[in-house]
Write a protein that binds this ligand. Structure first.
Ligand code: HEC
Length: 226
């Protein structure tokens, strides 16, 4: 039982909540940390009460790359398949690299994300300077890192069917949007409109490829075993 929960800091049920409160709960939960699994009902049945989640799903655990089956039947496989569907051209076209220039407030200074996230080690978030000396290589390396972050849910997450804990769907995780809300020690920021639009456009473009998938499972940067 505990084993099943490895890698999951919390399992959240949103059964019986309205959409607004689901989003609010989701936002609060995501503020808590990264290894979270949001569980939502496949077809809602309940009347109140239900709190538990029995064994749910093992979001995390699990060995290395799991490409082959299509359509994917586990969250991890779906996230890898989604990463396969991400392309550098979509990433650039939607403006994702520019998010790194967003200004955050840190100890009363205004600093861009890349001042801390250039190397991609802070919270696994690679946000290099898109105008730096090696910008093209940095952006490509960041893209390759970010597309397969299924352990930290940096860009996407998955949901499961409540009935049996099976994989349900991929959704954006919005960590880049929500990290700056001031609920942790992280520098605060509010993504500007262009950066929010970049996130949405990147997701829409990648999602369209994913829905038409499978994409190339041998894409460069296919993830190493976590
Ligand atoms: C002063 C340094 C600093 C700046 C500036 C900064 N970050 Fe971070 N960030 C960190 C550190 C350190 C971590 C890892 C620890 C943590 O998660 O708080 C991190 C983690 C993250 C995470 C991943 C963690 C998670 O919970 O998913 C995201 C997303 C993130 N930062 C986004 C941003 C964005 C977007 C900006 C610019 C608007 C930014 N950061 C600016 C230092 C910084």
């Amino acid at each position: 039982m505990l084993g099943i929960l490895i890698g999951i800091a919390a399992v959240v049920l949103t059964v019986g909540l309205g959409l607004g409160s689901q989003q609010e709960v989701g936002a609060r939960i995501s503020a808590l940390g990264s290894n979270l699994l949001i569980v939502s009902p496949g077809s809602s049945t309940t009347t109140g009460g239900g709190t538990t989640t029995g064994g749910g799903t093992g979001g995390g655990g699990g060995g290395g790359p799991v490409d082959p089956a299509w359509p994917p039947t586990t969250g991890q496989a779906a996230m890898e398949a989604f990463g396969d569907c991400m392309t550098l051209s979509d990433w650039i076209e939607s403006g994702m690299p520019l998010i790194a220039t967003q200004i955050a407030e840190y100890q009363n200074n205004n600093v861009p994300c890349y001042s801390c996230h250039q190397s991609g080690t802070e919270g696994s978030m690679a946000l290099p300077d898109p105008n730096g000396a090696d910008a093209a290589a940095d952006v490509e390396a960041a893209f390759e890192q970010m597309r397969y972050m299924y352990s930290s849910f940096g860009l996407i997450r998955w949901s499961v069917n409540l009935e049996d804990g099976s994989y349900k769907d991929i959704a954006p995780s919005y960590r880049l949007r929500d990290k700056g809300t001031g609920q942790t020690n992280h520098p605060t920021y509010e993504l500007n409109a262009a950066n929010l639009a970049a996130l949405d456009q990147w997701y829409a473009l990648s999602r369209a490829r994913f829905d038409a998938g499978p994409c190339d499972p041998a894409a460069p940067g296919d993830p190493p075993a976590p």
